[in-house]
Design a protein around this ligand. Sequence first.
Ligand code: ASP
Length: 338
Amino acid sequence: MVDKQILIIYTGGTIGMQKTESGYLPISGFRSVIEEKLHPPAGSVLPEYDLLELEHIIDSANLVPQNWNNIAAAVIDNYEKYDGFIVLHGTDTMAYSASMLSFILSGSDKPVIFTGSQIPLIEPRSDAQENLCNALMIAAYHPVPEVTVFFHGKLFRGNRSTKSKSTGLDAFESPNYPWLGQAGPQIEIHTELVWPEQPKHFSNPEFSKHSVAILPIYPGLDAGLVNSILESSHLDGLIIQSYGVGNLPDQNQQLIDSLRSAAESGCIILNISQCLQAEVFHGHYACSAELNEIGIISGANMTTEAAYTKLIFLLACGLPREDIQIRLSESLVGEVDH
Ligand code: ASP
C-alpha cells in the first residue's frame, strides 16, 4: 500500500483539554500528548501524519465565524501536500464548522474529517483514541472525498450532522441522511451515499460583514421582541426554527407583519423545523399558507447548523439576493433534499 500522508489540524476542544481549577481548558502542545497517547489498534499501522496546531486553540463554545477562515486556510494552504485532513475540534460547534467547511471546500476530492472526543485524550477511558485512530484510517485507506464528521464508530456527512447528546459518547447524529460509513470489526463505507465528485471550487470568504439571527418559535413569543431585533440589528438574514412542517403562529398578526416588512426590506428569511427529523412544507397547514407569498424560503430538511452556515456563506460570497434565494432552495453539497 502506498504511504498516505494525513494532516491533523488541532483547533482545541475536549480532545486536547486538561482539568484546571476553573474547569476543562484546551492546552497547547498537543503534539507531545498525541505522541504519547495515540497508539494504532492491535494488528494495524496508522498512516503517516503531521500535526498542525492552530495559533489560537479554543473551547469550541468560543467559535466565531473568523475561526472558519483559519481552519479552511489550514486545509487549502496544505491541500496539495496531503492526501487527507483530520480536524480536531470541540464537539459543541463541530457540526457548524463541518457544515461551513463543506461549503468552503466545495468539490474537494480529498477527505476532510472532523473529530474530537467527550473525554480528553490524556484521561483514562478517553474516547479520543478510538475516534482519532478510525478517522486516520478512513482518511488514508477508505477516503470519502467530502467534509465529514467521525464520532463513536460512525461517519456522517458534515453538513447533515448535529450534536444530539451532551455527555453520551455517541454524541452525533445525522437525522435526515443515513450515515456514510461505520467502524466495527471492519471499516465499511456506503459509497452509494457519498456525495458525487463535483468540480473543485474552494472559496474562503471573509465573514465579518453580515448579521444573521436564529429565531426559535415558542408559545407566547412576543412579536415586539422580534420586531425590535429585526429593526435594531438590520439583519441580512433570519433563520426561523418553526414548529413541525414549518408552522408559524399566523394568528400573531404582529409577528407576521414584522416578518413581512423584514423580507420587504431585504432580509433573507429561511424557515427550518425545530424537529430533529425535519421537513418543511409551506401551506401544508393553513397557518403556513402565507409564508411563500411573504418571500420566506423553505429550508426543507436542513439542520440548523447547515442552514445558518449556508446563509452566512452565501452572504459572505457577495452574491445578489436573488441568487442567494435560489441557492438556498437547492442542494449545493448534499446538505438538503428538496
Ligand atoms: N466545550 C467543548 C468544546 O466544544 C466540548 C467538547 O469538545 O466536547 O470545545
